[in-house]
Design a protein around this ligand. Structure first.
Ligand code: GTP
Ligand code: SPV
Ligand code: MN
Length: 540
């Protein structure tokens, strides 16, 4: 019912290739160990052979994969999540250039479960799990872990990002790509429904989880969604929070780990309708409302075709992709991170992404709600040494003549009672509007040590009234919190040793200087200069 990160491996000749961010096994050991589990494991079952394309058919950026599996769930899900079948065989032609995926649920025993990636030979072996991220090999295994390795070698980017088009009342559309850790709001943002007061806007979904991005001839960065469906978090999905998702999942949809109702329907916590009087819970046990158990697992999922989404972008299958104006990074942070801020430039933006942190969710097995660093939301998905990955990001900045502007958002800041300060969901469009305004030069910002914050009144609040002081609270940058934050960032980056690019260390030092300077200025005008704290950037 969730990804098992501790059983997920990058398998290469040398350990250094995988980096401290990955579990590593040597190629030969992995093949030996998994080979023994695979041996005979499909006996008596049907083996499905699924040829598929990641990316729009006919796109120069698309890539072909094959998945062999003994799971009917996996075979059917791949038909939804990818462009599968003849179209993939046609695309491949006589070429042998495809990712070789082997999957078996075997005996589903966690003791004999491994999800192994061989980026050096474009292969994936997954055994012992039937869960999406472990078993639908086109998604995280290929499009991110193998894809990020290919992008590093070939000069493009494979990211854990939604892609969304925001059309203003003027008719102009800006595309934004956003990285949020698992179960932190990508699908919701990708399908956003404008709030009351912003009816003139239209939001178009290009992708909800993964972006493959290349530098275009016009010097901008262009993104395609390699997937053809959504593997989305079910709990909390309702006509109130995400009407487009609700409309998408009315038919041709596979549900896992939800409550089964007596009439063979589905129900989950947070849906618009009250629970049935009884049902079968996600573990297959009889369930009644209030029996102390959840009907649906917190990471229960739907698998649905993207073209059923009423907000699907007319550009979503454009072989060239869509041009990206802005990147946003975001996590779940009850404190510290403000609602939104803009980085000072590309390199600072890379630092903002690299220092992303978020409270853990049910999307991976393990403790939920603890703050963990998750650079670019890629910690579980980067198929090589993350120090080199940061270097790749810095390098891409030099190679993109008109790079996206980079922002950080946090929908999840809470008040002293633990209640979310920001209404989120459709209202997040207010923040996207400010971000687009920054790209166009029409929205105002004020300087802070961590970056550029919205100037007072620069976020469109038409149709939304917040309690007095809430916006100030949402945008607060607490110097003490941030000092601690920078220390914790430093401890994290130290893990990458000499693979950590100097550019990251420089950004951290500059941030520290700006914070110290602000703290000193709190002591009166000129105090920073008297204390000899140098200006860290054009900001100070
Ligand atoms: P993965 O598929 O795991 O990569 O997740 P995701 O990033 O697509 O997350 P998703 O949009 O499915 O959201 C996960 C959970 O966060 C759901 O329960 C949502 O209801 C909740 N959520 C999404 N957006 C917001 C928001 O703006 N505010 C609040 N409070 N909750 C949100
Ligand atoms: C995630 O965990 O980020 C997901 C679901 O999108 S999975 O495909 O399982 O990785
Ligand atoms: Mn995801």
């Amino acid at each position: 019912m969730a990804r098992t990160e501790e059983l997920t491996f990058i398998c290469t000749e040398r350990r250094e290739t995988a980096g401290p961010n990955n579990n590593w096994m040597s190629t030969s050991e992995a093949k030996d160990r998994l080979g023994r589990i695979f041996d005979g494991c499909m006996r008596g079952r049907t083996m499905y052979v699924v040829p598929y394309i990641m990316g729009p058919a006919a796109s120069p950026f698309s890539k072909v994969g094959f998945e062999l599996t003994d799971s009917i769930y996996v075979a059917l899900s791949m038909l939804i999540m990818t462009r599968a079948g003849d179209v993939a065989l046609k695309q491949l032609g006589e070429s042998a250039d495809f990712v070789k995926g082997l999957h078996s649920k075997a005996d589903l025993n966690p003791e004999r479960r491994f999800i192994c990636h061989f980026p050096e030979e474009m292969a994936i072996w997954s055994v012992g799990s039937g869960y999406g991220g472990n078993a639908l090999l086109g998604k995280k295994c290929f499009a991110l872990r193998i894809g990020s390795y290919m992008g590093f070698k070939e000069g493009w980017m494979a990211e854990h990002m939604l892609i969304v088009g925001v059309q203003a009342p003027s008719g102009e559309t800006h595309y934004i790509a956003g990285a949020f850790p698992s179960a932190c709001g990508k699908t919701n943002l990708a399908m956003l429904n404008p709030p009351a007061g912003m009816e003139g806007y239209k939001v178009w979904t290009v992708g909800d989880d993964i972006a493959w991005m290349h530098v275009g001839e016009d010097g901008r960065l262009w993104a395609v969604n390699p997937e053809a469906g959504y593997f989305g978090v079910v709990p909390g999905t309702s006509f109130k929070t995400n009407p487009n998702a609700m409309r998408t999942i009315q038919s041709n949809t596979i549900y896992t780990n939800v409550l089964e109702t007596p009439d063979k329907g589905v129900w989950w916590e947070g849906v618009d309708v009250p629970p049935p009087d009884q049902g079968i819970d996600w573990q297959g046990r009889p369930w009644t409302p209030g029996n102390g158990e959840k009907g649906a697992h917190p990471n229960s999922r739907f698998t649905a075709p993207a073209n059923q989404n009423p907000s699907i972008s007319p550009e979503w299958e454009n072989p060239q992709g869509v041009p990206i104006s802005a990147f946003i990074f975001g996590g779940r942070r009850a404190k510290v991170a403000p609602l939104v801020y803009q980085s000072l430039d590309w390199n600072h933006g890379v630092y903002v992404g690299a220092s992303l942190a978020s409270e853990t969710t049910a999307a991976a097995v393990g403790q939920v709600g603890v703050v963990r660093r998750d650079p670019m939301a890629m910690l579980p998905f980067c198929g090589y040494d993350m120090g080199n990955y940061f270097g790749h990001w810095l390098e891409m900045g030099k190679r993109i003549p008109h790079p996206p502007k980079i922002f950080n958002v946090n929908w999840f800041r809470t008040d002293e009672n633990g209640k979310f300060l920001w209404p989120g969901f459709g209202h997040n469009l207010r923040v996207l509007k400010w971000i687009i305004g920054r790209c166009d030069g029409t929205a105002a910002a004020v300087e802070s040590p961590i970056g550029l914050l919205p100037a007072e009144g620069s976020i469109d609040m038409t149709g939304l009234e917040l309690k007095k002081g809430t916006m100030q609270e949402l945008l607060k940058v607490d110097p003490a919190d941030w000092k601690q934050e920078v220390e914790s960032q430093g401890a994290f980056f130290a893990k990458f040793g000499d693979r950590l690019p100097a550019g990251i260390t420089e950004q951290r030092k500059a941030l520290l200087r700006r914070l110290e300077r602000q703290a000193a200025e709190g002591l009166g005008p000129g105090a920073a200069d008297r204390a000899g704290i140098a200006a860290g950037s054009s900001l100070t």
